[in-house]
Design a protein around this ligand. Structure first.
Ligand code: HSE
Length: 440
């Protein structure tokens, strides 16, 4: 049978990986897919660079629309990124009856509802394994491997840049700014790292996982997003003294009231496997009713790891594209007319536990006042750590740090309690609040 014909839009780091891995493993991939998979055309504004990657046997064009319009192309692979031209091209490819493979988490998290509806109407597949956690087959696991389960929660380290920064901050005791500069120098962080360090990239991925896990539409606008820019080496150290590591987690959880969808730094018990995922690696823990806890670990970015996910989608489409649309795996795991309107909860309704650090005057009654306010708010304390004033502020210091771990409470209650504690004259600096996840 004629190989399935693929058009690549964009041949940067991931596109080159796709080309190289497909070429290297073509025999095995054909034996798995039942048919060859051939990159027929590559569109890239940088025609010279594209030509250098693919050689002279593959057609190279500057105009992506020429690929979409080509009747020989069966699958369009979008590797451009962003919501601008990429969105137009994906919608045009769908309208032209092409299947689409994309690694574009931002596009799907924000415009997924429109894109999946267009694909459903046209009877084409939009596949996106590479959009979440790079080479880890987490979409496949959630959508197919765990299909028997009622998924309860997912917590993932789904941004390698921030995990690298946090690992370096912990192991070297350095502050965020210093490590970020080092990460940029080494090429681990982008020149503009905003999406990574502010948690946006992780929130895109968490949004996609929440949709697949709970059968709800993708709703990035409802996600709570907090990055790692305000974390200090000191908090990482205190957390460690209490038996925790700080990780940027993407969390989505089913509760009686709705779905939690949030990205923020979290204290995680140091004994959990996920707390020991270091450097740029990714990991996702899924808790589900039948299987229990499962953990997925691997490279969340990079040329060939991401290509591995893109090619897995190409193989899936090659196997399934002649099947009736209703016999294919639904885009969001649940049949498109069976999505639920379970609401995504505002952050004030989320229930979790907390690490609080208060810089306080080292004088009688301060601890009692602070813990009294927490008690008045109905917030139960799990542990308290008070540092020696000399250790915190140098010899003769009249200030110290008070670290409090709480039991679970509603975020809105904690907001109110923090406002009251902050108003105490003996609380001398903005209170640090980091959420804590036991993940048990
Ligand atoms: N920038 C991402 C990361 C990889 O650092 O994990 C692509 O999503």
């Amino acid at each position: 049978m004629k190989p399935i014909q693929v058009g690549l839009l964009g041949i940067g780091t991931v596109g080159s990986g796709v080309f190289n891995v497909l070429a290297r493993n073509q025999q095995e991939i054909r034996r798995r897919a039942g048919r060859g998979i051939e990159i027929a055309t590559v569109a890239d504004l940088n025609v010279e660079r594209a030509r250098a990657v693919v050689g002279s046997d593959v057609k190279v064009v500057a105009d992506a629309r020429a690929v979409i319009a080509d009747p020989n192309i069966d699958i369009v692979v979008e590797l451009i990124g962003g919501y601008g031209i990429a969105k137009q091209l994906v919608l045009e490819a769908i309208a032209a009856g092409k299947h689409v493979v994309t690694a574009n988490k931002a596009l799907l998290a924000v415009h997924g509802t429109e894109i999946f509806a267009a694909a459903q109407a046209k009877g084409v597949i939009v596949a996106f394994e590479a959009a979440v956690a790079g080479g880890i087959p987490i979409i496949k696991a959630l959508r197919e491997g765990l299909t028997a389960n009622r998924i309860q929660w997912i917590a993932g380290i789904i941004n390698g840049t921030t995990n690298f920064i946090l690992s370096e901050m912990r192991s070297k005791g350095l502050d965020f700014d210093v490590v970020l500069q080092e990460a940029q120098r080494l090429g681990y962080a982008e020149a503009d790292p905003t999406f990574d360090i502010e948690g946006v990239d992780a929130a895109h991925k968490a949004t996609i996982m929440s949709a697949i896990a709970f059968g709800i539409p993708v709703q990035f606008d409802k996600a709570y997003v907090e990055g790692i820019t305000k974390l200090s080496a000191q908090d990482i150290r205190y957390a460690e003294q209490l038996g925790y590591r700080i990780k940027l987690l993407g969390i989505t959880k089913r509760t009686d009231k709705g779905v939690e969808l949030r990205v923020h730094p979290s204290l995680v018990p140091a004994k959990r496997l996920i707390a020991n995922v270091e450097g740029a690696m990714n990991a996702v823990v899924v808790q589900a009713d039948a299987v229990g806890t499962t953990l997925y670990y691997g490279k969340g970015a990079g040329s060939e790891p991401t290509a591995s996910a893109v090619i897995a989608d190409l193989v899936d489409i090659t196997r399934l594209h002649t099947a009736d649309p209703e016999h294919r795996v639904p885009h969001l795991a649940f049949q498109h007319d069976a999505l639920s309107d379970l609401k995504v909860l505002p952050m004030g309704e989320v229930v979790t536990s907390y690490y609080l650090r208060l810089r306080v005057a080292d004088q009688a009654g301060v601890l009692a006042k602070v813990t009294g306010l927490l008690a008045e708010s109905g917030i139960s304390i799990d542990a308290v750590l008070q540092r020696e004033a000399d250790e915190v502020g140098g010899e003769g210091s009249t200030q110290t740090d008070l670290i409090i771990l709480t039991h679970d409470c509603q975020e809105a209650l904690m907001d109110a309690a923090i406002a009251k504690m902050q108003a105490l004259p003996t609380v001398l600096a903005p209170i640090t609040r980091i959420r804590k996840e036991e993940l048990n």
